[in-house]
Design a binder for this molecule. Structure first.
Ligand code: GAL
Length: 378
């Protein structure tokens, strides 16, 4: 009950209706229509040939109605690393949805920790193949290893749903042209970067905390192999300069999505550049929480003499946005992403058409809507 309310609210918040309980809701209506159409065709059939064709259509419709018994479907999941705050929320939601909404048995869902090691993850994928899993949901350690993973899964006849770390666009196109059963479910990282930049540009002083005419910032990056890190870094600043703001980058360092690294990078930058820093951009909230520790330790005050933004909308961060300890964040809709990933995995198993890319919208989180977002995620 509570989940359904959340799902509906989230779908509304991000204007995304597509992930709405596809495991429960949309199927019956679709299949009833297909069956009716087939029955009508059959009744109208004049020749034996036409009748046979209609029977086949009816049989197909009936098969599509039933699909494979969810209680028998085995899903192999590998997450790039369990020690990642955001991917932990994602993974828990994915498992919950597969069991509670899609009817899978918990023991038929295997979720492995890739431990940030591509070799380790490759072994897990090969084990899924050996054990005859029906479908995989893979959060790659390195997006660049997608061709190998796809090739091995495809050779074994196992479809793959990639999540969170987007493979190359040419590869996504190749899945279509080569008829490979693979898809990517994620969110367009450009949007999250733009939203971060806009949150700063929308401030009365456009982020120029010391009022000297230039917004000087530090950029705490995720893992730069990941397009999320690349685009958030690029687009946040583009949104700011696009709003007519003059900027200067003081520091750009990789923090690998990690809170401790976010704290260290920000502490060093503060001791090197001190009051010159107007804005701390973090590619995610975990690093922003680290940055906040460093900012407070340096005696600075967010929203007074420095600004701080992240991405993900972790509960703690949304609370900080409400109480003014952080300037803003961007909701990375793991409900929508997890549900779509699960739905597409089951569509593959049931022989339905699956597109090559599905994107779920991000949502800006500012003091105006933070309470509303908190209500949805808590
Ligand atoms: C991002 C997310 C980060 C981290 C990363 C892992 O989308 O914002 O917090 O989880 O994915 O690839």
């Amino acid at each position: 009950m509570k989940l359904t309310k959340k799902v509906m609210a989230l779908a509304l918040a991000s204007c995304m209706a597509m992930s709405l309980a596809a495991c429960g809701g949309s199927k019956p209506a679709e299949t009833t229509a297909a069956a009716t159409e087939a029955a009508t065709t059959e009744a109208a059939a004049e020749s034996t040939e036409a009748a046979t064709e209609a029977e086949t259509t009816a049989a197909e419709a009936a098969a599509a109605t039933e699909g494979k018994d969810p209680a028998e479907i085995k899903v192999g999941i590998s997450i790039y690393q369990f020690a990642d705050n955001f991917m932990t929320l994602y993974r828990e939601e994915l498992q919950k949805y597969l069991v509670e909404e899609c009817g899978l048995k918990a023991e038929n869902i295997s979720i492995m920790d890739g431990k940030n090691d591509q070799g380790e993850q490759m072994n897990q994928i090969r084990n899924f193949i050996t054990q005859g899993y029906d479908v995989m949901i893979i959060n790659l350690v390195q997006a660049s290893s997608e061709p190998t993973v796809t090739e091995e899964c495809n050779a074994a006849g196992i479809p793959v749903v990639y999540i969170n770390r987007e493979p190359e666009a040419e590869r996504e196109a190749a899945w279509v042209s080569e008829g490979i059963k693979a898809t990517y479910v994620g969110a367009d990282a450009r949007q999250s970067g733009t939203y971060q930049g806009e949150e700063i540009a929308d401030l009365e002083n456009k982020g120029d905390a010391d009022g000297d005419g230039v917004v000087r910032y530090i950029m705490v990056q995720g893992d730069p192999e990941n397009v999320d890190a690349q685009y958030r870094t690029e687009k946040s600043i583009e949104a700011l300069t696009g709003a007519g703001v003059e900027v200067e980058e003081l520091v750009k360092m990789r923090g690998d999505w990690d809170q401790t690294k976010g704290q260290e990078i920000t502490a060093n930058a503060l001791s090197q550049h001190g009051a010159k820093i107007d804005v701390v951009f973090c590619n995610n909230d975990a690093m922003a929480l680290g940055a906040l520790q460093a900012i407070e330790a340096a005696g600075r005050k967010v929203n007074e003499d420095i600004y701080l933004v992240g991405v993900d909308a972790l509960v703690e961060v949304v609370e900080h946005v409400m109480n003014g300890k952080m300037t803003g964040t961007v909701f990375n809709d793991y409900f929508g992403q997890a549900h779509t990933a699960a739905d597409k995995a089951l569509d593959f198993v049931n022989g339905k058409d699956v597109d090559n890319v599905y994107m779920v919208d991000y949502v800006k989180v500012t003091p105006e809507n933070a309470a509303e977002i908190l209500d949805l995620i808590k």
